[in-house]
Design a protein around this ligand. Sequence first.
Ligand SMILES: [Zn+2]
Ligand SMILES: [Zn+2]
Ligand SMILES: [Zn+2]
Length: 345
Amino acid sequence: MEKKDGRVFIELEWICPNCDSRNKGSRKTCENCGAAQPDNVKFQRAADEKVVADEKSIEAAKAGADIHCGFCGTRNPATATTCSQCGGDLKEGKKREAGQVLKAAPPPPKSLTCANCGTENPGTAAACKQCGVPLKQAAAAPAPAKTAAAPARKVNPWFLGGIGALLLFCCVAAIFWFVLPSKSVKGTVTDLYWQTTTAVQEVQPVNYSNERGSAPSGAYNVSCHTESEEVCEEKTVDQGNGYAEVVQECHTESEQYCDYTLDEWTTIQSYDLSGSDNYPVYEEPNITSDQRVGNTVNTLTVTFSTSDGQKEYTPDSAAEFQQFEIGSVWTLKMNRAGGILSVEP
Ligand SMILES: [Zn+2]
Ligand SMILES: [Zn+2]
Ligand SMILES: [Zn+2]
């Protein structure tokens, strides 16, 4: 990028509302039909925008927002005092809006066909390279967007409707298969299985490193550092005169990272027990005064023999598990997928 005193400008463009021709931002009247740019026709970014390099354009870009003559509407540079068209005093004029951040132009079409002579032109061309006739904006940037969006808009409701219907169907099917009971069968308890784990824990120092944020309370051997990063964003700002300034907006983002040690209850050993009766028990290891024991149930399984074959059921609690004595008979509510929904006496 070429820079003059640090400021970078690009030339914008505007679309003639009279004939749809694309015009360079610096032009105050349409290159094709001669119509003046009205004050409500906004500048936009060109698909093939370039950094402005010549001194005259840079001066024009720096001059500030143009003024539309209050008498005839003609666009005049900010430096003018009287209208170039009618000679009217520009104190009565209307300054163009400036300062808006402009979005990049949509990607141009691969090529543009001249309506006049049929020549294929590059997608960014403003005028036909063969006959010089302006290539209508309607056939340039917005048009492919329209043609691309239009079928999508037509398809979308159906497509979305289709997805909606499919989701609804899946929900209904899932409820039908997995939630609604389909039948009840008698089941006899043939097998029981449980497994428990007993963990012996001790307070031990645990090291943490490079943890984002500040150290928690109770931490020791704390050492923190801050990492800063400059985050920059490029913005293209309308100058109101056919040019835009490209500015870098930067700010610093900082984040703290810490190394520290925390004393935490840590499992130093665990014991598993399992059995095939109704009463899950836990290992009772000998512990020292600075140790503790944590108990967890890992598995509770009841196996029923039914006319549909063997069914496995997982009770919610040890209390529920204790009801299922070997040989007792229960009513099993089944779903269509063959799973047990509930078990009743
Ligand atoms: Zn025109
Ligand atoms: Zn005028
Ligand atoms: Zn042509």
